[in-house]
Design a protein around this ligand. Structure first.
Ligand SMILES: NC(=O)c1ccc[n+]([C@@H]2O[C@H](COP(=O)([O-])OP(=O)(O)OC[C@H]3O[C@@H](n4cnc5c(N)ncnc54)[C@H](O)[C@@H]3O)[C@@H](O)[C@H]2O)c1
Ligand SMILES: [Zn+2]
Ligand SMILES: [Zn+2]
Length: 361
C-alpha cells in the first residue's frame, strides 16, 4: 500500500517552496522506504528551486538526511527495517567503466529508486539528487542507505549525506591533503568549513580561510583555520602568498562556485599545487585564463563530485571519528527547524546567517 506523507516541494522556477501531500509507493526490488528523522538545508536545494540544476519541476527537495529504514523490497539484503542510515546520492552500480576499473567513487551509473513518488493527482516528482528527504518518508534505492552507528544524533549524521562529506572529501580524497601541507579554502559555508575540518583531520600545518563575511571567518577558525582573510577588504591571492612564504598554498579548495573565486584559487596555489573545485557553478558562468599560466604553473586542477566519497567506506569512518571526539560534526548544525520552515531557512542561508539549518521530523 502506498503511503501519504508531508513533503516540501519546489513547484516552479523561483516560486516559494510549499508543503504538499506526497504519495510514497511501497518499495519494489532494490528499493527501500526510509522514515526521515533529519534533513539539512544545502545550497544545492536552493539551486534546484532557482532552476539552476534543471527544469524537471516539481522537485521534492532535501537530500542531506538520516533516518530509519521502514521497509525494503523483496531482494534487498544489505539493509533491513530498523537500520539507522544516512542517505547517499552515490549508490554505486559495480558494473560501469569507473566501477570496473576500481574507482567506484566516480561511478557513472549510480542507482536511484525506479518507482516515482507523486503528488496525490499523480504528478511525478523529481527528488533532489535522487533522494527527496524534506518529507516524513522517502523512497530510495537500497544502496542509497548507508548504515552507521545509531549512537550519533540524526541531525548531525544527516549532514554527512552531502555538504559536509563533499567538503571533507574535497580535502582528504580529491585534494589528498597530507601532514604538513598548506591549504587555503575559499568560501566558508558548510562545505568550505568541512574542507577546513577535513584538512585539520589530515594534518595540514597551515589552513587559511577566505570569505567575504567576518562571521563566517570566525566559525572557520573554530573548525580549524589557522589564518583568516576577508577577501572583501584584502586581496586573497596576495594574502595567501604572504602566509605561505610567498609561494602559495599546496592545495586551494574553491567552495563557492564562481569564476572570480576559481581564478583566486588558481593563482593562490604554489607551483605544481592543486586546485579543487567543490563549489557548483551555474550554466552561464565562464572563465578565461592565459593558457601559458595553466601550463606554466603545473600541478592539477580537479573537480570534486561529492568529495570523491565512497559512502560505504567514508560515512561509518567519519561517524566513528565524530563519536570518538576527533571530528566535531555537531558544530555544523546552527539550528534545527520544522518542515514548514524551509523557505525561511533559504533566506537565512542567502543572508549568510547559518552554516546549516536542519529540518528535524
Ligand atoms: N561538489 C559537490 O559535490 C557539492 C556538494 C554540496 C554542495 N556543493 C556546493 O558547494 C558550494 C557551497 O555550499 P554551501 O552549502 O557551503 O553554501 P553556503 O551558501 O553555506 O556557503 C557559501 C560561502 O561562500 C561565501 N562567499 C560567497 N561569495 C564569496 C566570494 N566572492 N568570495 C569568498 N567567499 C564567498 C559566503 O559568504 C558563504 O560563507 C555551493 O556551490 C554548493 O552547491 C557542492
Ligand atoms: Zn558504477
Ligand atoms: Zn547538498
Amino acid at each position: 500500500m502506498a503511503q501519504e506523507v508531508r513533503g516540501v516541494i519546489a513547484p516552479g522556477k523561483d516560486e516559494p517552496v510549499r508543503i504538499e501531500t506526497i504519495v510514497v509507493p511501497d518499495p519494489g526490488p532494490g528499493e527501500a522506504v526510509v522514515r526521515v528523522q533529519a534533513c539539512g538545508v544545502c545550497h544545492t536545494d536552493l539551486h534546484y528551486k532557482q532552476g539552476g540544476i534543471n527544469d524537471d519541476f516539481p522537485f521534492l527537495l532535501g537530500h542531506e538526511a538520516a533516518g530509519v529504514v521502514e521497509s525494503v523490497g523483496d531482494d534487498v539484503t544489505d539493509v533491513a527495517p530498523g537500520d539507522f542510515v544516512i542517505l547517499n546520492w552515490r549508490a554505486v552500480c559495480g558494473t560501469c567503466r569507473a566501477c570496473l576499473r576500481g574507482r567506484p567513487w566516480y561511478c557513472f551509473d549510480t542507482h536511484n529508486a525506479e518507482q516515482k513518488m507523486t503528488l496525490t493527482d499523480g504528478t511525478e516528482l523529481s527528488p533532489a539528487l535522487g533522494i527527496g528527504a524534506f518529507a516524513e518518508k522517502t523512497l530510495v534505492a537500497a544502496g542509497q542507505c548507508t548504515k552507521v552507528d545509531p549512537a550519533v544524533a540524526p541531525e548531525v549524521a544527516g549532514l554527512l549525506g552531502c555538504g559536509v562529506m563533499a567538503g571533507i572529501g574535497a580535502a582528504i580524497n580529491t585534494g589528498d591533503v597530507g601532514r604538513g601541507d598548506s591549504v587555503a579554502v575559499i568560501g566558508c559555508g558548510g562545505v568550505g568549513d568541512a574542507a577546513i575540518a577535513g584538512s585539520r583531520l589530515a594534518g595540514a600545518a597551515r589552513i587559511i580561510a577566505v570569505d567575504i563575511d567576518d562571521r563566517k571567518l570566525e566559525t572557520a577558525r573554530s573548525m580549524g583555520a589557522t589564518h583568516t582573510v576577508n577577501s572583501r577588504t584584502t586581496d586573497p591571492v596576495e594574502a595567501i602568498r604572504d602566509l605561505t612564504g610567498g609561494n602559495g598554498a599546496d592545495v586551494v579548495i574553491e567552495a563557492v562556485g564562481r569564476p572570480e573565486t576559481y581564478k583566486q584559487a588558481f593563482y593562490a596555489r604554489d607551483l605544481a599545487g592543486t586546485v579543487v573545485l567543490v563549489g557548483v557553478p551555474t550554466p552561464d558562468m565562464k572563465i578565461e585564463l592565459p593558457l601559458l599560466d595553466v601550463f606554466g604553473r603545473g600541478g592539477s586542477l580537479k573537480s570534486s563530485w561529492y568529495g570523491d566519497c565512497l559512502p560505504s567506506r567514508d560515512f561509518p569512518m567519519l561517524i566513528d571519528l565524530h563519536l570518538q571526539g576527533r571530528l566535531d560534526l555537531g558544530a555544523f548544525v546552527t539550528e534545527t527547524i520544522a518542515l514548514d520552515e524551509v523557505e525561511k531557512a533559504f533566506e537565512r542561508m542567502h543572508r549568510g546567517d547559518v552554516l546549516r539549518s536542519v529540518v528535524v521530523l
